[in-house]
Design a protein around this ligand. Structure first.
Ligand code: FE2
Length: 144
């Protein structure tokens, strides 16, 4: 289990009922909490130290997301889930987006934290609702 039982933005209805995946998602939402702590003002441009801290968080987030995606894709593969390709595409697009945000942070054209946080929180929320819950249901039904 992750350190905090209820990370900000992680809602009970996002639980997939697959403990490893739920723990991984809670840890990812925990990282969004680290973004909030980078600057007292989420709306302004970051200074150099804040940018460095943000790059560290993005790096951790990318590592955790990659581990989570490969674990999840393995489960889908084992279950012969027909939506695997679609999920792989979505995961890849997300990792590309993270790389783009990192590049923006590095070249100083970064958008404020509130936008980065919003993008990430919305992506996880929508991805779970629109794709992962679908898989969780499929897996449960095919296990019967
Ligand atoms: Fe997924």
């Amino acid at each position: 289990m992750s350190a905090k039982p209820n990370p900000a933005g992680y809602l009970p209805e996002l639980a997939l009922g697959i403990p490893e995946l739920d723990d991984q998602y809670q840890a990812l939402f925990d990282m969004l909490g680290r973004i909030d702590a980078v600057s007292p003002d989420m709306y302004r441009q970051l200074d150099d130290d804040e940018t460095d801290e943000m790059l560290d968080i993005m790096n951790d987030l990318k590592d955790s997301a990659m581990q989570h995606f490969s674990f999840e894709e393995n489960l889908m593969d084992e279950a012969d889930y027909p939506g695997l390709d679609d999920q792989q595409d979505a995961h890849e697009r997300f990792l590309d987006d993270l790389t783009r945000v990192e590049a923006e942070l590095m070249n100083g054209t970064s958008v404020p934290l509130v936008k980065i946080h919003g993008f990430l929180a919305d992506w996880f929320d929508e991805h779970i609702r629109e794709k992962d819950l679908h898989f969780a249901k499929f897996r449960k039904e095919s296990a019967k």
